[in-house]
Design a binder for this molecule. Structure first.
Ligand SMILES: Cc1cc2nc3c(=O)[nH]c(=O)nc-3n(C[C@H](O)[C@H](O)[C@H](O)COP(=O)(O)O)c2cc1C
Length: 380
């Protein structure tokens, strides 16, 4: 039977499943629920020193459903960070740690571009007993107007400076949470790791416009008839999250061995989690999945992950972490590998390609067989 326990930056987790910052960690009550259900750690909703500046709107979510099953696979939000008072949060951190002394509670923090504010928020949360920090350098809406959130994560120099302020005073592990709304996620990740952060979390939501209501002609989510671009999450973003985690994992492997990676984006099953771990993640976070299906999804997720591990005889997370990174290469190398394989098995390849209607040259595409030809070229 696989052992799901894992130690990350010295933090001992019963399993690698972490509640991602957002509504599922928005007060002591729901954080307690997550621990009771068996989540490995909880990252609380992002907090700041001045909650009175945070004013949310309703509605603030819009969702994309599959045409046939109606299952939600895409989720946009224009929610800000926590609107609850900092002092209330400090009390709840203390209360939670008293009730769950052995469980890992991570504070997600965000502040304006002022060193004294970052130092204060770190020190006061630490005094309340939190086990680690996640720096929210990545929220894509609302707060960038105050040079917070993704305004910092999109700018490696700014990210490095802010992470440096935190690392000067933090006594517990610190992860920097990255925005996907950049061309190269390695650049701000490298900046945070150079500043000394212990790990990277990736990804936050993708800047998006979910759709336009064709009756009212208003974009969604519509607030008094208007909207603002929000952050996209849920299953639809998993491929982008996996790609970005793979890139950050390669960076860590090559330049910062020993630092850690927490993968986030569209995780809803143990098999999803296994894929993030195979691409180098130490832990896997879930936010929208809990909003869709509740805290109880942890139980099937644990079972699915251990079934996967047993099927490959992996005894621990460490046994397969990063295993699949070795199978990424350049396109030129794919061409070379394929030419080599075809030369070795020429007759077999040609028979299979003819049989599958597999396109070998662009001139072979036809209007009549277009969908079949696309299928034949696909996996899955
Ligand atoms: C409604 C909502 C609120 C969120 N609030 C925060 C937040 O306060 N801080 C933060 O770092 N990320 C926040 N996120 C982003 C998630 O933590 C996560 O990075 C993202 O949603 C992708 O993961 P998922 O597909 O599992 O939700 C929020 C996401 C949603 C859907």
């Amino acid at each position: 039977m696989a052992n799901l326990e894992t130690t990350v930056n010295g933090l001992k987790l019963p399993n690698p499943f972490v509640i991602g910052s957002g509504p599922p960690g928005t007060n002591a009550n729901v954080i307690g629920k997550a621990f009771d259900e068996g989540w490995g750690a909880v990252i609380a909703k992002t907090i700041s020193l001045e909650a009175e500046k945070v004013i949310n709107v309703q509605p603030r979510y819009a969702r994309l459903r599959s045409r046939e099953s109606q299952e939600i696979f895409g989720w946009e939000n224009i929610e800000l960070i926590s609107d609850r008072k900092f002092d209330v949060w400090i009390d709840e951190f203390k209360e939670t740690k008293n009730k769950y002394p052995d469980r890992i509670l991570i504070a997600s923090i965000m502040e304006e571009y002022r060193k004294d504010a970052w130092v204060e928020i770190v020190q006061r949360c630490e005094e309340a007993g939190v086990d680690a920090f996640e720096l929210n350098l990545s929220c894509p809406h609302g707060l960038p107007e105050r040079r917070m959130g993704s305004a910092m994560g999109e700018n490696p120099e700014l990210a490095k400076e802010v992470c440096g302020w935190v690392m000067d005073v933090a006594k517990v592990p610190v992860w920097a949470k990255m925005t996907p709304n950049v061309t190269r996620i390695q650049d701000p990740s490298r900046a945070a790791l150079e500043a000394g952060c212990d790990g990277i979390s990736a990804i936050n939501t993708i800047r998006s416009v979910l759709g336009v209501d064709l009756k009212t002609l208003r974009p969604e989510p519509s607030v008094e008839g208007y909207t603002t671009p929000g952050g996209y999450s849920c299953q639809a973003i998993k491929p982008i999250a996996l790609r970005m985690c793979m890139e950050v994992a390669q960076l860590i492997h090559e330049e910062f061995p020993g630092r850690t990676l927490s993968g986030i984006g569209g995780v809803e099953t143990g098999e999803d989690a296994a894929q993030f771990i195979l691409l180098g993640c130490d832990t896997v976070q879930v936010c929208t999945g809990v909003m869709k299906r509740g805290y109880g999804i942890i139980k099937p997720m644990l079972e699915e992950l251990s079934t996967f591990m047993d099927s490959h005889s992996f005894g621990s997370i460490e046994d397969f972490k990063g295993h699949s990174l070795q199978f990424f290469t350049t396109h030129a190398e794919l061409v070379r590998l394929q030419a080599e394989a075809r030369a070795a098995k020429k007759a077999e390849f040609e028979a299979k390609a003819a049989d599958d209607k597999m396109i070998r040259e662009d001139a072979s595409w036809t209007g009549e067989d277009f969908v079949k030809q696309s299928d034949a070229l696909s996996r899955g």
